[in-house]
Write a protein that binds this ligand. Structure first.
Ligand SMILES: NC(=O)c1ccc[n+]([C@@H]2O[C@H](COP(=O)([O-])OP(=O)(O)OC[C@H]3O[C@@H](n4cnc5c(N)ncnc54)[C@H](OP(=O)(O)O)[C@@H]3O)[C@@H](O)[C@H]2O)c1
Length: 331
């Protein structure tokens, strides 16, 4: 059997960082314990940065991006995996400092993998991907903080994005009242279909306010945007409310006061999916298999080929994509 396989490779050229689909062989792969036949990968915001040579995330070129992949083990020197096992990889800086999933083959450390839950196909796992895993971790943080559906509405910011879309679908399935914040007028029907109870325009929460406390509105927040919307949501929390903060699509800055913490007992919880320990990941994937309705996942996902990555990367960095982008590496 030929060792050759297809990969989307980014390299530094005189025109800057350029990505093209190339043919590689197994000898080109970095060392690792487990060789995986990749079925699918995804495009996350971070992949957009790497594909465009932005963010200083890649240290050495040529490089294969793709922070997520799912596929089948071909060979393994680790006792944890054997040929034929279905696996998922998200995080661990794969696709940034290690070669990633934009290839038909990947070679990685066994500890970075988790078994694919039997309820999900590799494509469905990638329709979830890092963004969906992060969404589930955010929902679990709200639950851990005591936010139950009877406590009041949950605000989801960046709602048509990957984290936002999956959060809306899961929270709605769990019986929460979900208020989706979006900047896209054209996507209200999409958000309602995912289970949003109501929608607020991004502009409403994008004006800074100098009031340390506003009307108590949210029992919980899943925030993927940071900046002014996060500061406004913080001032609008109900007593004992919980915010899961995972992203910075608006800004990495947070200009606020400690008053919501002192007078309303608000909790601001940081969510990181990249270095999350394996037992927590497995718990989150089990919850995804149970609590994310697969028909809603279909509405969230769209399928694309390796050739489409440069254009899609531009779109995700300008907030123009919707939901989750699955990359079928065998297309
Ligand atoms: N902590 C972690 O482990 C982790 C994991 C995954 C992702 N993230 C981060 O979480 C964020 C969301 O990731 P994603 O994959 O969902 O990205 P995404 O698909 O690009 O979604 C981001 C969404 O944010 C909204 N948005 C864009 N620009 C905005 C602006 N200037 N102000 C307010 N909202 C804006 C848009 O939604 P609307 O048009 O609907 O408003 C956009 O679709 C990113 O910052 C990403 O880096 C963190």
């Amino acid at each position: 059997m030929s060792d050759a396989f297809k990969a989307f490779v980014v390299d530094k050229t005189t025109d800057g960082v350029v990505g093209t689909v190339k043919t590689l062989t197994l000898a080109d792969l970095p060392e690792g314990e487990v060789l995986v036949a990749v079925a699918a990968s995804t495009l996350n915001y971070k992949d957009g940065l790497v594909a465009q040579g932005l963010g200083n995330l890649v240290k050495t070129y040529p490089h294969v991006p793709g922070v997520d992949f799912a596929g089948t083990v071909m060979s393994s020197t680790s006792p944890d995996y054997k040929p034929g096992d279905a696996v998922i990889l998200t995080g661990w800086r794969v696709g940034e400092i290690h070669w990633g999933g934009y290839a038909q083959r990947a070679q990685v450390q066994a500890d970075w993998l988790v078994p694919l839950p039997p309820e999900l196909s590799p494509r469905q796992a990638m329709a979830v991907g890092t963004a969906g895993l992060t969404a589930m971790l955010c929902v679990m943080a709200l639950e851990d903080g005591g936010v139950t559906p009877d406590k009041g509405p949950i605000l989801v910011t960046g709602a048509t994005g990957g984290v936002g879309s999956v959060s809306v679908a899961i929270l709605s399935r769990l019986g929460y009242e979900v208020v989706a914040m979006t900047g896209k007028d054209s996507e209200h029907a999409y958000l309602k279909e995912l289970g949003a109870t109501s929608i607020i325009d991004r502009a409403e929460l994008s004006e800074p306010s100098n009031k340390p406390l506003e009307r108590e509105t949210w029992a919980g927040v899943v925030d993927g945007v940071g900046g002014v919307p996060l500061a406004r949501a913080l001032a609008q929390m109900k007593y004992n409310g919980v915010i899961a903060s995972c992203g910075l699509a608006a800004s990495a800055k947070l200009d606020t006061t400690v008053i919501p913490f002192l007078l309303r007992g608000v909790k601001l919880i940081g969510i990181d999916s990249v270095m999350k320990p394996k037992p927590d990941r497995m718990k989150a994937w089990a919850r995804i298999a149970k609590d994310l309705p697969l028909e809603k996942l279909e509405a969230i996902a769209s399928d694309h080929s390796l050739d489409e990555i440069p254009e899609l990367a531009k779109q995700i960095l300008t907030g123009k994509t919707r939901g989750r982008i699955v990359i079928d590496v065998n297309r």
